[in-house]
Design a protein around this ligand. Structure first.
Ligand code: FUB
Length: 326
């Protein structure tokens, strides 16, 4: 009897957590429970997907989970889609996934080991699977980028597909951002016309977490500023005519709100081009919580003014309305 009562109480507790964070037609924020950061959003096979960093001590960051949803409100967890047991050279700090689908395969780019110099093993790796939920296996058996070029720590990768179908790796921590031309099978890079592989495109105040998309023919480049363990983490952007810029910083569009949450940053964007609808997916820290790893994945609408400037994002408890992919 005691067991039944405590099970009922536990169930009621779980249900009330779910109800406190979302209603039927609204995502609520955070959009799923748990400490998850650096969310990479994607749409595959008529479903939304989110690939976040598991936010914990570096030594515990030895896997990645993913989440899928039909409507942005109900999320299904896919556990351990990638694990360091499948990546022989990675042993900690598996961070900030970036995913693309190409030729019916899913390529998951990730950072691992948080290398501090060229003498350490680690950097940016690529894993591959036939399905968005994995399991992913090592594509190269070694990192894709394992050294510092132009001062950029090899972390925080984003894969950008240009209008002509060319894929670029845009990445970098330690206040430097590089762009490099991925080769056809994602096993390495093709040099630019001048023979270089890594071109620096760092804008003013850039720290990490780059992201790029095209809207009305313009290249929007976004990144995170401030320190990720503190309250001032934030997102800013620039607009250019090519993926190489030049990128002149315009403004911050996402930051803490002392009535809602702190440390809002490291984002990605869900784009519905037909409806010209944009959602920013990002992480933030609960108010009053100063543990650096206590980061939760959240979502808001991202809007533009008539001139194409991104409007400041309001961070909310409610999140966004239910929305099917099509
Ligand atoms: O989650 C680990 C690190 O935190 C990321 O790589 C940084 O961008 C920051 O969000």
């Amino acid at each position: 009897m005691k067991y039944i009562i405590s099970s009922l109480l536990l169930f009621a507790g779980i249900t009330s957590f779910a109800q406190s964070t979302k209603t039927i037609n609204q995502s609520g924020n955070p959009i799923f429970p748990g400490w998850y950061a650096d969310p990479e959003a994607a749409v595959f096979n008529n479903k939304y997907w989110i690939y976040p960093t598991y936010s914990a001590k570096y030594k515990e960051q030895v896997f990645l989970d993913a989440f899928s949803s039909d409507d942005l409100t109900n999320w299904k967890k896919h556990e351990h889609i990638l694990d360091t047991s499948a990546i022989k050279w990675a042993n900690k700090a598996m961070w900030a996934p970036a995913i693309v689908e190409k030729d019916k395969k899913y390529y998951l780019f990730f950072g691992a080991n948080d290398i501090q110099s060229d003498n350490e093993v680690g950097g940016i790796g690529v894993a591959v699977s036939d399905k968005p939920e994995g399991p992913f296996k090592d594509h190269l058996g070694k990192p894709l980028v394992d050294k510092f070029y132009n001062g950029a720590q090899p972390i925080d990768q984003f894969v950008f597909k240009d209008k002509d179908g060319q894929y670029y790796l845009i990445y970098g921590g330690w206040r430097h951002c590089n762009i490099a031309k991925l080769n056809k099978d994602f096993t390495g890079f093709d040099p630019f016309d001048d023979g270089t592989i890594f071109k620096e495109i760092t804008p003013d105040k850039y720290v990490e977490g780059p992201y790029m998309f095209i809207r009305n023919g313009k290249y929007y480049f976004m990144w995170s500023e401030g320190g990720w363990t503190g309250p001032d983490y934030s997102v800013a952007y620039a607009v250019g005519d090519t993926p190489f810029g030049p990128f002149k910083r315009i403004d911050k569009i996402l930051k803490q709100d002392p009535t809602m949450a702190t440390g809002a940053g490291h984002h990605s964007v869900i784009i519905n081009q037909k409806k010209d609808k944009y959602y920013i997916v990002y992480h933030r820290r609960p108010l009053g919580d100063t543990n650096g790893n206590h980061r939760e994945t959240c979502i808001e609408e991202m809007n533009f003014d008539a001139q194409g400037n991104i409007l400041p994002v309001k961070i909310t408890k409610e999140g966004v309305k239910a929305q099917k992919v099509k």
